[in-house]
Design a protein around this ligand. Structure first.
Ligand code: APR
Ligand code: ZN
Length: 352
């Protein structure tokens, strides 16, 4: 839990309400630490505090409120953007843009001393237990490795959806992925599964090289001013068909833009800050004929795609082991956030 902007997160006791009508209490088994958690600690995004972090998790239904469908004991993956199925976006096949999902934290439960409490994206999953609407819990098969299953709820759904749904990468197309955290590594994994090639992986941290190659990259490039030139050298001078920006910064969005061929597509997966402006020349926008768009939650329908990914994990056709740096206890989560800030490792997953 974090008590204010810039404060050091700490493990604290909180009081959760009993599940009301349509709600579940879920005992968390594993929860990933995502860059968005860091953004909520350092104030890049401005949630209300005190705030329980965490929005990427798997667990088991521990208590079912009145009128719910899932039985106690059902394994679930949590969904931070449950679709209302009634708003304009939901009715027009864009559940990831559901109007009911504001991306804000939600007031739920209270601190140990009786003060107000917020939970990240309606979940607050870096905790032993959560109380959530049933719509935010997606049933998955029993027996999945928990630290891999947790990633289905954010990094993997986002990265896979960016490749399949937003960019629609086709076999043989060339790809560059900039930023190799959990999200970027998930994009690499999905690009490999889509039959793309070459798949160029880019990071400022040299230590990401082996992780990138394990996740599906064909080449690793250090991120610097010569990146676009290096990418062109590997794509017959053109630039890639698809660039995926998985950092969330204007400088990397511009690098992605410059690395893409004429007529190619840039997909922004990283969530940047509101004051970080991207500057592109009007002539270049016209002449390059490139597409620039973002991928929110992988342009996915989690209710359909999380079970598909879970089935692939269960039958072994999807291997997320390269995305998991390690399973850690909850009291090591603050240190893992520091490692994430330094770009160390892939995903750190808290297990309970
Ligand atoms: N060029 C290339 N890579 C960079 C650069 C840069 N200029 N700056 C940072 N990186 C790398 C870091 O070294 C790190 O490997 O980007 C990676 C970011 O990884 P994580 O911090 O683990 O972030 P992740 O959880 O994967 O999320 C990435 O997607 O969902 C959003 O909010 C999330 O904006 C964030 C992005
Ligand atoms: Zn996330």
């Amino acid at each position: 839990m974090v008590r204010g902007r810039g404060a050091t997160p700490a493990v604290e006791d909180v009081r959760l309400p009993a599940p009301g009508p349509g709600e579940l209490r879920v005992r968390i088994r594993a929860a990933g630490i995502c860059h968005s958690d860091l953004a909520m600690v350092d104030g890049t995004v401005a949630p209300a505090y005190p705030l329980v972090l965490g929005h990427e998790a798997t667990g088991v239904v521990a208590e079912a409120g009145p009128g719910t469908r899932l039985a106690v004991g059902t394994p679930v993956v949590l969904n931070w953007a449950p679709a209302c199925r009634a708003c304009w976006h939901c009715r027009h096949g864009e559940p990831w843009l559901c109007a009911a999902n504001t991306g804000a934290s939600v007031a739920r439960g209270e601190t140990a001393d009786g003060g107000p409490l917020q939970v990240t994206l309606g979940l607050g999953a870096l905790a032993e237990e959560v109380v959530v609407p049933e719509r935010a819990a997606i049933e998955v098969p029993a027996g999945l490795p928990p630290e891999q299953a947790a990633l289905l709820g954010c990094a993997v759904l986002t990265g896979t959806g960016a490749v399949r749904n937003t960019a629609r990468v086709a076999p043989g197309e060339s790809v560059v992925v900039i930023g190799l955290g959990g999200v970027g590594l998930a994009v690499l994994t999905a690009a490999r599964r889509a039959g793309a090639g070459p798949i160029l992986a880019v990071d400022v941290a040299e230590a990401k090289r082996d992780l990138a190659l394990a996740a599906g990259a064909t080449d690793f490039l250090r991120s610097d001013d010569t990146l676009a030139k290096e990418v062109r050298a590997r794509t017959e001078g053109r630039g890639v068909d698809h660039a995926f920006e998985c950092v969330g910064r204007s400088v990397t969005i511009r690098a992605a833009w410059r690395s893409t061929r004429r007529g190619g597509a840039v997909t922004v997966v990283g969530m940047g800050g509101k004051d970080d402006l991207v500057s592109l020349s009007a002539l270049d926008i016209f002449h390059s004929a490139r597409t620039l768009r973002s991928s929110v939650y992988g342009s996915s329908d989690p209710d359909r795609e999380v079970p598909e990914l879970a089935a692939a994990l269960a039958d072994g056709s999807l291997d997320l082991a390269p995305l998991v740096s390690g399973a850690i206890p909850l009291d090591e989560a603050p240190a893992a956030l520091d490692r994430l800030a330094r770009g160390e490792g892939a995903r750190w997953v808290v297990t309970f």
